[in-house]
Ligand binder design. Sequence first.
Ligand SMILES: NC(=O)c1ccc[n+]([C@@H]2O[C@H](COP(=O)([O-])OP(=O)(O)OC[C@H]3O[C@@H](n4cnc5c(N)ncnc54)[C@H](O)[C@@H]3O)[C@@H](O)[C@H]2O)c1
Length: 325
Amino acid sequence: MHALITGGAGFIGSHLAESLLADGGAVTVIDDLSTGRLTNLADAQKHSSFQFVRGTVRDESAVRPLVERADVVYHLAAAVGVRRIVEAPVETMETNIQGTGVILAAANRFRRPVFLASTSEVYGRNTAVPFREDADMIFGSVGYNRWSYACSKVIDEFLGLAYHQETQLPVVVGRLFNVIGPRQTGAYGMVVPNFVRSALRNEPLRIHGDGRQTRCFCHVRDIIQAIQPLPLNPRAAGEVFNIGATEEISINALADAILELTDSRSAKEYVSYEEAFGRPLEDMMRRRPDTAKLHALTGWSPQIPLRDALRDVVEFMRAEMNESE
Ligand SMILES: NC(=O)c1ccc[n+]([C@@H]2O[C@H](COP(=O)([O-])OP(=O)(O)OC[C@H]3O[C@@H](n4cnc5c(N)ncnc54)[C@H](O)[C@@H]3O)[C@@H](O)[C@H]2O)c1
């Protein structure tokens, strides 16, 4: 089985590459290294059945032969992270919309099954937690470009499902909720790596808003267990699945847990969204998935408790910081 992973030098993609290789598969990664890093693929590069291609998913001539050679496509390449989306809205939309268009057209031409990585952001302002896959998507006005990420992913979903509807291309959409684990970088506004880095440096943990907003964080290893078999499951084709943990934690409690795990002297510091992002940003108070649909189809549910996941992040970042000193 030969898999093509777009965005495979990123946080989730590099774990997926390792898992597929460990199962005896061949893997090709295409990544433009905009947020990904080659060091994430250090272990994957040790396999003779691994290939890395530096390139963009927007480049049809680069993508086509890679899709043709693959048996399955995992499309993870995207402009990710709240900070990046607010700062580079054109790039976000072009990568996420045009890139996905190129991938789906190539997959359709060679009839390859596709996993499309979407996001819990598509539920937008909906407050009816836990979110079921058929819940409404509710967005704010175009005056707030934070919605451009969610809308670009919604277009990806519609396009993927349209290919399935019109041509029976096996496309499956996974809406990922907050994923954490080793290799996630805090550079683009991700909360857990940012808190851990600050805690390890005994610097203040900057909490956006009042910290009462809750999230569900899932270990990347659990996420991979869900993603890897999905595009090959005929009953998943043309379907959308939430993928994430259901244990909710407030950002305040998250900060406390990280302070305790790192034995840190850091204080919690509250900053407004305007201060943090240079403009007001609408945040969601709760974002919890209903994962019954995926569980019913595959039996999947996350196995790694949040504390263990946080411990893994702390260990990884401690080692990384020691190396760079
Ligand atoms: N991490 C999360 O909590 C989370 C939550 C919801 C959805 N997702 C989705 O999962 C996927 C992977 O996210 P991640 O957390 O691993 O982020 P990441 O930034 O680590 O990975 C994205 C990868 O895509 C690459 N990339 C970006 N634009 C590209 C382009 N035009 N061509 C080729 N490669 C390109 C980046 O260099 C990076 O390696 C994304 O589609 C993201 O939207 C992630």
